[in-house]
Design a protein. Structure first.
Length: 98
């Protein structure tokens, strides 16, 4: 079944859209409150200037990401990655010296 929703603002409440595919869709400025996106896949998605509050990110896998400007609990992810890489390099050098 193919359904085209006309442009404009729409509200969905108490809806089960499990398995729905969104392709070439603009959701800019959309509000997601009390939404379950578990086991969803996001590919070629623009999350710039989004805010995530009270979010469960357990077991989320993130790859091939531009993380410039991202903060987690106020800490820049680029700084976290720099510290991780520095520490990982120290551990790697220590393992080779042993």
């Amino acid at each position: 079944m193919s359904l085209v929703i006309p442009d404009g603002k729409h509200a969905f409440a108490n809806a089960n859209l499990s398995g729905t595919a969104f392709r070439d869709v603009c959701l800019s400025g959309a509000v997601f409150d009390d939404v379950n996106l578990g086991r969803s896949t996001f590919e070629n998605v623009n999350f710039s200037d989004c805010k995530f509050n009270n979010v469960n990110l357990s077991r989320v896998a993130i790859s091939d990401v531009n993380y410039s400007g991202i903060t987690i609990d106020g800490i820049l992810v680029s700084e976290l990655m720099a510290v991780y890489r520095r520490d990982a390099g120290r551990k790697d050098r220590h393992n080779h010296e042993s």
